[in-house]
Design a protein around this ligand. Sequence first.
Ligand SMILES: Nc1ncnc2c1ncn2[C@@H]1O[C@H](COP(=O)(O)OP(=O)(O)OP(=O)(O)O)[C@@H](O)[C@H]1O
Length: 491
Amino acid sequence: MADSTLPSAKTDSSLGDELTEASRAEYSLLIIDNDPAHARAMTESLERVGYRCTVATSGPEGARLIERETFHVVITDMVMNDIDGMKILALARKRLPDCEVLLVTGHASVPIAVEAMQEGAFTFMEKPITPQRLRAVTEKAVQAVRLRQQNTELRQRLDERFGFEGIIYASPEMQQVIDRLKRIAPTDATVLITGESGTGKEMIAQAIHQNSPRRNKRIVELNTRAVSEHLVESELFGHVKGAYTDAVSDRVGAFEYANGGSLFLDEVGDMPMSTQIKLLRVLEEHEITRVGDNKPIKVNVRLISATNRPLEEMVEDGSFRNDLYFRIKVVTVTLPPLRDRRDDIIPLMDHFRKSFLKRHAKPTAHFTPDVTKRFFAYQWPGNIRQLRNFVETMVVLDNDGSLGEDDLPPELSEQVPEDAPSPNMVSGPVNLIGKPLATIERWAIEETLRLSGGNREEAARTLGIGPRTLYRRLDEYKKLEQGDDAEGSEE
Ligand SMILES: Nc1ncnc2c1ncn2[C@@H]1O[C@H](COP(=O)(O)OP(=O)(O)OP(=O)(O)O)[C@@H](O)[C@H]1O
């Protein structure tokens, strides 16, 4: 049977309970058939169980309606003059990304219908169609739409919860980043996020989007490095059928798909030169042209880019366009490597420990103090991603409820302790636990001074002490250091 070929994911009985008549009225259906009697019969059959239906008796009329209105399910005849079912499918996929398309076919067009399913049609129904079958298949399509809507809502709720809250940090360096993000996110400014691999650039891009007025629209991600050079343009701007040998149909690119929302362009430094000029033009003119086409399409997209490459140097050596560089870095966010914000290490360890214990259904386990020390002292070349992976490995391997040295990955267990920064070099309150109050005070004063860019008045104000007290302390530290040097030279 034709509709027994429903794709398995979509026939899953978990798609939902039977819809009530009232809930069916929330869904809007478009029926396109150039046989008016057949269109009417299908409409009546569906309206009788509560759906809201609109009828088009030709392909062009159907196409016009898709351009203008929103439908949850489109039921279209396959063979029509001018605009056939395949074209309707392509248009619906482009204009109504949350809609399902059902194709009605005669026996002869079954092979094309199978192809249509590969292009994203929900299923096809072979004529003659009984009202029962029509309703059953439509119901499945509506349930798929409903499930997707529920998932989106759920994700949105989670995203709201995990806007900036999902970003774990305790360091003053990250506090500064977050303060900056809170000012940047609600605007429409183009943002460039820089930082080594694994520092959280993608996470920050998501947080910017989720805290922006565009949060109810998509954020579309495109990793320039992951796409082969000759496909970057098609991925960004889309293409029309025939643009390449493989371009068997029109395709929407990331810019169009992100319309109204944000586009996260990861590894922007890897973009081929020829695409850079095109991207620049899109950012200047706010319109794209699909590859193989010459019709400009208006787009309204906020661009968030990220790179771990030194763009400034690339501009100097000519491998990245200067004008594009200035366009994409209207606002920059620099994520420091983890080794430069060690105060984040312990909160991150704790966060990932809890999350992986839960994910792997393991009983509670804690890090031993030795392990914490090793984590704290490690250089983290792979940054937070590496820390996350190490914690996961340890949680998985642990069999005694204690995340100890026996669970450490080789990079950490083989770490020569001398390699580790000495506690005095490690900035951070954790390392000060158990130290005399005078040492803690010195750390606080020096750290505040560093954060205020050496401005003593500001540092004193932040610390809530008089400037003279601050000068006195700094003098004392200087004398202490000179004393240390003198002792050293006497030896
Ligand atoms: N502050 C943070 N709090 C919690 N998780 C974080 C934080 N920063 C990064 N992560 C997690 O670390 C991992 C790596 O982060 P992400 O993919 O955002 O890094 P990236 O800088 O985009 O890496 P790349 O340059 O390799 O693409 C992800 O699993 C992310 O969720």
